[in-house]
Design a protein around this ligand. Structure first.
Ligand code: G6P
Length: 611
């Protein structure tokens, strides 16, 4: 949510900022802006994409070696030029960019209005800019002290960069709840809300922790808390390659990420599945493995696609390890006074590792004594740092806003965890355990095969690009896949779609079925195959259009359905990893054919750091 970028050094800041904003645009894309801090303070901002900002500044003076930039996902105030960041304080001393929400902004705003401040925008960020300035001017303190004092009055979440025109060789960065990374170069520093804009400049980074304030000038940086206690910076080495955050010849990031899945799944189990395929080692869980084995209950929390992966996890843990599982939306879990026992194991799933609701739910579960594990993709993000233990999904950076490879990597990790627990609890015999591992290892090749049918999926997508509604049906392991398929379609093509357990169709959605309603049914050979065949017949009896995901060679459904999307045979527990692929590609092609921006769908953001 909102991308932040900054530079201080001896190079020209503009190319670094604009390139950084393009890399961060997946975090928010309703407006963008930049500011340069030198002999004067120059701020340029525009509603629209980073490319609109680029056009806008084409004839402006964008020189300078100290600058900050922002790409916005609106929270307070509609997307327009005025609400775009950076925001300047009323008397022009400060300029600020912000990611997060200042919850007590209206009270702070009223107080500042009583003292003569007049606000131009509807944003909470302008309130913070003016609060800092008010303390600076009337308290006669340095910019750093003004920032720290102002932040001590703020309730809410922030990742901010602040510059003061009177201390022009300095950028102040602070974080609480919203991520900020500082890259360390030779006599220069880079700032960003995640490492993607930094990696091309330096691999040495510091991840700010909550309540950290970094005071950075061209040659040095000092790190402290908002209460002025010194903090020693921990320098991490980025293990990220520039090629991973570029489109590499694909038309969209989403397509690239769909096609990366054979590799990303392999990377996720590499080094964790033994070479002889007889055991699984999850180093990150070493210290908590007995807690997982003996857990009376697992609670899985997440949002969006990660919540869908959690639902697959529920089937996996119950089926393979016989541990009862509850899957919760993080946002609901934290506000409904949940009953949490000290011997509960909570698994938080998050691609970004920054989702605000998931983070808050983790804190609640920890307070109540549960063991909390993370399944995250972004190394060094907040959730892995907040949890007791965890397993990274090694999917690589996911830039497309609609999650694809992160989902399959999350399901891969959950599969390994469930297999390990199942073995340790003696639910799985050696033979079953080895055969399931053997199946897991074959998944990348099977996905490669499914990807080779892409042109066929595209042909079918063309027939339904003008649909207004779609229904996705699945049973058992495929119910969460149906939900995920429906989410993919609605978020990138804006076609209304619903996922349903196939048997539940009779209790409502069947009323919607007519000759214009595509019904996508996941109907591979599993234990409820006969039942799903009946469900297909029920749809056909009402003249619905059936697009069925089937096991290669299935003749029965081929004769009933309007179209079949074939996938290689697999066992039930591993089939979600396969059945989701045609659904991702179907949505992708439909969205492209409808002229939608698949990588940056309207109103969405990749990383949701507000509650
Ligand atoms: C946003 C993204 C989704 C993602 C969800 C949860 O809504 O657009 O793709 O599934 O957040 O994000 P997380 O990073 O916690 O997995």
């Amino acid at each position: 949510m909102c991308g932040i970028v900054g530079y201080i050094g001896s190079k020209q800041a503009y190319p670094i900022l604009i390139n950084g904003l393009k890399r961060l645009e997946y975090r928010g894309y309703d407006s963008a802006g930049i500011a340069f801090i030198g002999n004067d303070l120059r701020v340029f901002k525009q509603k629209g994409k980073v490319s609109d900002l680029e056009d806008f500044v084409a004839d402006k003076d964008v020189s300078g070696t100290v600058g900050i930039g922002h790409t916005r996902w609106a929270t307070h105030g509609e997307p327009n030029d005025i609400n775009a960041h950076p925001h300047q304080s009323q008397n022009g001393h400060f300029v600020i960019i912000h990611n997060g929400i200042i919850e007590n902004y209206s009270r702070l705003k009223r107080r500042l209005e009583d003292r003569g401040y007049i606000f131009k925008s509807d944003t909470d960020t302008e309130v913070l800019a003016n609060l800092i300035e008010y303390i600076y001017m009337y308290g006669q303190v340095s910019a750093e002290i003004a920032v720290r004092l102002a932040l001590s009055k703020v309730v809410g979440a922030y990742g901010i960069l602040v510059a003061c025109k009177d201390e022009k060789d300095q950028i102040i960065a602070a974080r609480k709840g919203s991520p900020l990374v500082i890259g360390i170069g030779e006599g220069e520093y880079f700032f960003a809300s995640d490492a993607t804009p930094i990696v091309e400049h330096t691999k040495s980074v510091i991840y700010l922790n909550d309540n950290d304030v970094a005071i950075v000038s061209k040659g040095e940086m000092s790190l402290k808390t908002i209460d002025n206690a010194r903090v020693s910076p921990k320098i991490h080495k980025l293990n990220l390659d520039i090629g991973e955050i570029e489109k590499s010849g694909y038309e969209h990031f989403m397509l690239k990420e769909i096609f990366e899945q054979p590799r990303s799944i392999q990377d996720t189990f590499r080094g964790r599945v033994a070479a002889d395929r007889k055991s699984i080692h999850l180093g990150g869980l070493h210290e908590v493995i007995d807690k997982i084995t003996n857990a009376k209950r697992i609670i899985i929390i997440g949002c969006g696609t990660s919540w869908h992966a959690g639902l697959v996890g529920e089937y996996l843990f119950e089926d393979l390890a016989r541990i009862p599982v509850e899957v919760e939306y993080a946002s609901e879990f934290r506000y409904r006074n949940p009953v949490i026992f000290p011997d509960d194991v909570v698994i938080a799933i998050s691609q970004s590792g920054e989702t605000a609701d998931t983070l808050a739910a983790i804190k609640l579960a920890k307070e109540q004594g549960a063991t909390v594990l993370g399944v995250c993709n972004v190394v060094g993000s907040s959730i892995p740092r907040e949890t007791h233990a965890g397993v990274y999904t090694h999917a690589g950076p996911e830039i497309g806003v609609a999650s694809t490879k992160a989902f399959t990597a999350q399901v891969t990790v959950l599969t390994m965890m469930a297999l390990l627990a199942g073995k340790r609890r003696n639910v799985l015999s050696d033979e079953e355990y080895h055969s399931l591992i053997g199946e897991l290892v074959q998944v990348p090749d099977k996905i490669q095969k499914i990807l080779s049918y892409n042109e066929e999926f595209k042909r079918i997508a063309a027939l339904y690009k003008n649909a207004t509604n779609a229904l996705y049906l699945g049973r058992g392991y495929f119910f969460p896949v149906a939900l995920e398929g429906a989410l993919k379609l609605k978020e990138i093509s804006y076609i209304h779609a619903e996922g349903y357990p196939a048997a539940e169709m009779k209790h409502g959605p069947i009323a919607l079925i007519d000759e214009s309603m595509p019904v996508i049914v996941i109907a591979t050979h599993d234990k409820s195959y006969e039942k799903i065949v009946s469900n297909i017949q029920e749809v056909k009896a009402r003249k619905g259009i059936v697009i069925a995901v089937v096991t290669q060679g299935d003749q029965v459904i081929k004769e009933m359905a309007d179209h079949v999307l074939e996938i290689p045979d697999s066992i039930d527990a591993l089939a979600p990893l396969l059945t989701v692929i045609p659904l991702q590609l179907l949505s992708y092609h439909i969205a492209v054919m409808r002229g939608c921006n698949v990588d940056q769908p309207r109103n969405l953001a990749k990383s949701v750091t507000v509650e």
